[in-house]
Design a protein around this ligand. Structure first.
Ligand code: KIV
Length: 265
């Protein structure tokens, strides 16, 4: 099956086809999301919360990101793989950002990278692009700035804040990003940004008018207890897993599993 590229994603937007993106952190889940036809797999730094159990994404390291991206890349036959630059790997200087983006591609097998932030990241974005790596931006509620925002709070609610987001989006587009994640902002603000930009916007808690949507996979599967208005649970996987594991525990304790049909002669 043909691998999706940045050009395919841009073509989808031009044809008005909605783009799907989900997070993945391991091989098995990546294979399933890929088989289901998901367009882009983001090895998001939400791994710090969902996989590693931290309260924020801040402790994630470049090595974590590389290791998980390697696993996801092995499972992605058609989906495009996006590696996420973790907190502290791109803020200090543009040179460091370029160096770390290259590592994520070279060692992690990422095909594109994502980084959080606005116009203050434009020099880094240009440098990474000069290294031949496509960049996805991320604005709105950027979880790496959680302490600045004072919590997981919707951004862009005032006219001033909405205009600021629009201007930041334009700066990032001008710097050359191929796509922009908009997180937790009012749908009208996301709609306006989507109309103004000529690159695809990918929304998470940003309403229906973005060019594509992303969710944290373990949230939409009901596997992780993260409650936000924008999370639709397509299945309550935790309930199914709990039930299966409780049944296994009981059968082992009662000597019912394994019976001879699960045993070698
Ligand atoms: O790290 C992540 O998973 C993300 C998505 C929530 C967009 O940035």
């Amino acid at each position: 099956m043909k691998k999706k590229t940045v050009l395919d994603i841009l073509n989808m937007m031009e044809k008005g086809e909605k783009i799907t993106m989900l997070t993945a952190y391991d091989y098995v889940m990546a294979s399933i999301l890929d088989e289901a036809g998901t367009d882009m797999l983001l090895v998001g730094d939400t791994m710090g919360m969902v996989v590693h159990g931290n309260p924020t994404t801040l402790p994630v390291t470049l090595e974590d990101s590389i290791r998980h991206t390697q696993a996801v890349a092995r499972g992605a036959n058609q989906a495009m793989v996006i590696g996420d630059l973790p907190f502290g790997t791109f803020q200090v200087s543009a040179e460091e950002a370029v160096r770390n983006a290259i590592k994520l591609v070279k060692k992690g097998n990422a095909e594109t990278i994502k980084l959080e932030g606005g116009s203050e990241r434009c020099t880094a974005v240009r440098g990474i692009l000069n290294a031949g790596i496509p960049v996805m931006g991320h604005l709105g509620l950027t979880p790496q700035s959680i302490h600045k925002f004072g919590g997981f709070k919707v951004q862009g609610r005032t006219e001033e804040a909405a205009n600021y987001l629009l201007e930041e989006s334009k700066s990032l587009e001008e710097a050359g990003i191929f796509s922009l994640v908009l997180e937790a902002i009012p749908w009208k603000v996301a709609k306006k940004i989507t109309e103004v930009l000529s690159i695809p916007t990918i929304g998470i808690g940003a309403g229906p008018y973005c060019d594509g949507q992303v969710l944290v996979t373990y949230d939409m599967l009901g596997y992780f207890d993260f409650n936000a208005k924008f999370v639709k649970r397509y299945i309550n996987l935790k309930e199914h897993v709990l039930k299966a594991v409780q049944e296994y525990n009981q059968e082992v304790r009662e000597g019912k599993f394994p019976d001879l049909s699960y045993s070698y002669d």
